[in-house]
Design a protein around this ligand. Structure first.
Ligand code: NAG
Ligand code: NAG
Ligand code: NAG
Ligand code: NAG
Ligand code: NAG
Length: 621
């Protein structure tokens, strides 16, 4: 004889969820190869430099303006302006965009191409078709970018000091018909008889001493307080070595006394051969916590013991500065002999260290004529990869912080964007990847939109806009949690997966459950677990984690088909009345299972779509 019992199936809290399909990516396609991309944080406008073209695009990648920059009659050996009578070898030549930088205070854009010895133009941010400055008759002093499309040029627009003039810091390698300049500082406005793009002072250019001894491929330029940094790969011939170098200069240093450089290495200590990743392919600076950090992706070719692959390394700028200061101090005040192994004069050769008083490096933070300069050191920083991948290259990196958590977006040589959580303990986890363009290398310029909600990625001929997160597409707390997306968490009273900033009561305990904390609200226990059909009474539910509730937060108990009734909250327990109507016991069973749901009632409105999360827990009876 079946006992007239009913049992509880604890359903936790069902959610209807918000239905949201994955967004289709916004795409812009160019007829020619794309080279560079920058985003104006304030307006959201995207500027793209391509072969023979500049594009101005809206935030959703609609074309606003298109300027033609080439082709034109040119020859790498000839000095512009090109006249057929002077340059017999001139042929129609493509203009590869070598440098594309914003100067928002000046409402202008700096653009340099490979044509005409790498001369540059200033254009209006409001309309890239409007050229504010362009001069092709100034000769040698106006040659800025490399005119070799295989040789990278990097740059940074900044001020020499807070009230100083706007200047352009440029780093580049040199092709066979280049001007030999490696690092230079250029004016952006006419000053003291000098035109825009001429050197800021007579001394703000470094030329390679011996052009053939080493070759540079620049990767990135960035700034930190009073300093400008360059990161580049250099192939040394004597001794033969491939190095990645980080160079630093004071921005306000018209004599270049302050230039220091040192090696950066990304090396897996468990690789017994000790083969470091050889080439830096991309770098970006972010402030995920207290201080700025340089993130760089490196590649390793097939000849090394680990096989071809890629690694992401980080270098906190605090450590970088400390090491550079230590190097300066050692060179200035150490012995000549000891310095000989470690220090050298970049782009030239030997340097004379030693002979200076203690404290010379602190007294002259930007160097001085009487101190050795420029200063290079073979003693640099080595970091352990946060992440490694075999058989492909990481070709782009951008790091951002969401609610205090560091997230890296990495472009790959096979057309994907990897989403990586960088934990404070130095470990990392790839929690997602987006296939952008199959087997098309993601180009180095990977940029976040001004409000950090989307990411612009570029391949050979397409620009894509990707959302940085798609929390709303996770319909249940379990999906939200399993996404492991550091942007996402379950917003309990709304019953949605959201960014923390989009959850109104996220500040209150238990109201926004971060996906990586791996928790969802669950009914973990019920007491009693079953009751006789004839009995009536209270059922006490243990709920974990129970969000903090105010008097306004009314919880409803919903037993099976019974009408919902208000629950009482006592400490960690939620107390319901046993159901008023119980379905008939199925034949051959001694009990019937009844589901329980807890719902939030909001004011007098029953928010069915705003329920608590659905974490299943069943009591079998
Ligand atoms: C942008 O500048 C070009 C060239 O001066 C002009 O033809 C065009 O009308 C301008 N576009 C807008 C939207 O102002
Ligand atoms: C440096 O890299 C170049 C190009 O990848 C390669 O040809 C050369 O052998 C490397 N040199 C050394 C010393 O590893
Ligand atoms: C990775 O980058 C290195 C160095 O630039 C290059 O030699 C190699 O061919 C690249 N590999 C892939 C798979 O793109
Ligand atoms: C960011 O900007 C885009 C377009 O400019 C806009 O659609 C989006 O709502 C903004 N997102 C946030 C979180 O402000
Ligand atoms: C009812 O609950 C008691 C303990 O509370 C348990 O021993 C018994 O097996 C349960 N009966 C059913 C049918 O689940």
């Amino acid at each position: 004889m079946a006992l007239p019992l009913w049992a509880l199936t604890l359903l936790g809290l069902m959610s209807l969820g918000v239905s949201l399909r994955l967004r289709k990516l916004d795409v812009f396609r160019s007829n020619t190869e794309l080279n560079h991309l920058v985003v104006d944080e304030t307006s959201g406008v995207v500027y793209v430099g391509a072969v023979n073209a500049l594009y101005q695009l809206s935030a959703d990648l609609q074309l606003q303006q298109h300027a033609v920059t080439g082709p034109a009659m040119d020859n790498k050996k000839c000095t512009p302006p090109i006249e057929a009578s002077q340059c017999h070898e001139a042929v129609s030549t493509d203009n590869v965009n070598q440098l594309l930088l914003l100067d928002p205070p000046g409402k202008r854009l700096v653009e340099c191409g490979s044509l005409f010895k790498g001369i540059c133009a200033l254009r209006a941010l409001s309309n890239v078709s409007v050229r504010l400055f362009y001069e092709d008759g100034s000769g040698e002093k106006s040659f800025v970018a490399s005119n070799d499309e295989r040789v990278a040029t990097v740059g940074l627009v900044s001020s020499t000091h807070p009230d100083g003039e706007r200047v352009l810091f440029v780093g580049k390698g040199n092709g066979p018909h280049d001007n030999g300049i490696i690092v230079s500082t250029r004016l952006l406005d006419r000053a003291e008889g000098r035109e825009a793009f001429e050197a800021y002072s007579d001394h703000t250019t470094f030329k390679a001493g011996y052009l053939s001894t080493n070759t540079q491929q620049f990767v990135a330029a960035f700034e930190d307080s009073v300093y400008v940094f360059f990161i580049f790969n250099q192939q040394d011939k004597h001794p033969a070595r491939n190095r990645t170098l980080l160079a630093r200069m004071c921005k306000d240093d018209p004599s270049y006394y302050s230039y220091v450089e040192m090696d950066l290495q990304c090396q897996d200590p468990s690789d017994s051969q000790g083969s470091a990743f050889g080439t830096c392919l991309a770098a970006s600076v972010a402030t995920p916590g207290a201080g700025k950090v340089l993130y760089a992706v490196f590649s390793r070719d097939g000849r090394s013991s680990g096989g071809p692959g890629a690694g992401l390394c980080m270098f906190p700028l605090d450590e970088v500065h400390a090491k550079m200061e230590a190097n300066r101090n050692t060179c200035y005040t150490g012995t000549r002999e000891a310095g000989r192994e470690t220090f050298y004069k970049p782009f030239h050769g030997e340097i004379q260290c030693g002979g200076h008083v203690l404290g010379a490096s602190e007294s002259f933070p930007c160097g001085s004529e009487h101190l050795p300069y420029p200063l290079g050191s073979r003693d640099g920083l080595t970091a352990t990869p946060l992440l490694q991948r075999g058989g492909l290259n990481l070709t782009a990196v951008t790091v951002t912080a969401e609610n205090g958590h560091a997230v890296a977006f990495l472009g790959t040589s096979d057309g994907r964007i990897l989403k990586v959580y960088l934990a404070p303990d130095g470990t990392s986890e790839e929690y997602g990847s987006i296939l952008v363009d199959i087997n098309k290398r993601i180009k180095q310029d990977l940029a976040l939109s001004g409000n950090l909600s989307s990411l612009y990625a570029m391949t050979q001929d397409k620009v894509f806009r990707l959302p940085v997160q798609e929390c709303l597409s996770y319909l249940t707390c379990a999906q939200c949690r399993d996404s492991q997306d550091p942007y996402c968490g379950w917003c309990v009273v709304e019953g949605r997966c959201t960014r923390r900033a989009e959850c109104p009561r996220a500040e209150e305990t238990g109201h926004w459950l971060w996906s990586r904390d791996k928790s969802c609200v669950a009914i973990t226990d019920a007491h009693p677990q079953n009751m006789s059909r004839r009995a009536q009474g209270e059922v006490q539910l243990a709920v974990s984690p129970l969000p903090t509730l105010t008097n306004e937060d009314e919880l409803l108990c919903l037993f099976g088909e019974s009408p919902p009734h208000p629950a009482r909250v006592e400490g960690d327990a939620v107390i319901c009345h046993s159901p008023s109507s119980i379905p008939s016991t199925p034949p051959g069973q001694d009990h019937v299972a009844v589901s329980i749901q807890l719902l939030f009632r909001h004011g007098n409105v029953f928010l069915t779509s705003h329920q608590s999360p659905p974490c299943m827990w069943a009591v079998t009876c």
